[in-house]
Design a binder for this molecule. Structure first.
Ligand SMILES: CC(C)(COP(=O)(O)OP(=O)(O)OC[C@H]1O[C@@H](n2cnc3c(N)ncnc32)[C@H](O)[C@@H]1OP(=O)(O)O)[C@@H](O)C(=O)NCCC(=O)NCCS
Length: 159
């Protein structure tokens, strides 16, 4: 698998982006200003995984979207993408990577397995910002749970 950044025609990857964030208008709020990365099998066009990261300050990068195609899930691709992004943004000067997600048994354990720890909560984020209720594993998502990972110890961090 190889990971590369995509600068143009980012909406081409909308189907995958929607797996992680099911409302297109929310994706539109970060896709253009964010950096889009895709993971593909060598030489192939079709992405097995995508991720979007924004700079929230000069030292904080936020993972806004991460999705692995259904047929590729639970094979280590998501974790490999997160490791790549942490190294990439550490080298670019980030002190920390943050990520916000619903209080879901599908995502929190994944980010914890990637070395993130819980940080803070944005109350009622899903009910106030989405035009329809979002359900995962039979549970309605209400609050946004933020997790963070310290990047200072990553070799090559310029800070
Ligand atoms: C969440 C997601 C990105 C994880 O990517 P992945 O490639 O499937 O996960 P990995 O194989 O890299 O998992 C690494 C570890 O995370 C944990 N993990 C991953 N998915 C999990 C799940 N559904 N439940 C519990 N733990 C999980 C496990 O510890 C796993 O290691 P293991 O497979 O050896 O047990 C992927 O399932 C996905 O794209 N889901 C749909 C979109 C989405 O919800 N994105 C996140 C939005 S915030």
């Amino acid at each position: 698998m190889e990971i590369r950044q995509i600068e143009k025609n980012k909406k081409k990857y909308l189907d995958l982006l929607l797996l992680a964030d099911e409302q297109e208008s929310m994706i539109d709020q970060y896709l253009e200003k964010g950096q889009l990365f895709i993971m593909t099998k060598e030489q192939e066009e079709q992405a097995a995984a995508v991720a979007v990261v924004t700079w929230e300050s000069s030292c904080t990068a936020e993972l806004k979207n991460l999705a692995v195609a259904k047929e590729w899930q639970r094979k280590g691709l998501g974790k490999a993408m997160v490791e790549y992004l942490c190294q990439h943004f550490a080298k670019a000067g980030a002190r920390e990577m943050i990520v916000g997600t619903g209080d879901s048994p599908l995502t929190i354990p994944f980010y914890e397995a990637c070395g993130f720890i819980r940080s803070h909560i944005k109350e009622n984020f899903f009910t106030e910002n989405y035009d329809h209720p979002i359900w995962e594993e039979g549970v309605q998502l209400i609050h946004m749970i933020y997790l963070k990972k310290n990047l200072l110890a990553i070799p090559g961090n310029i800070r």
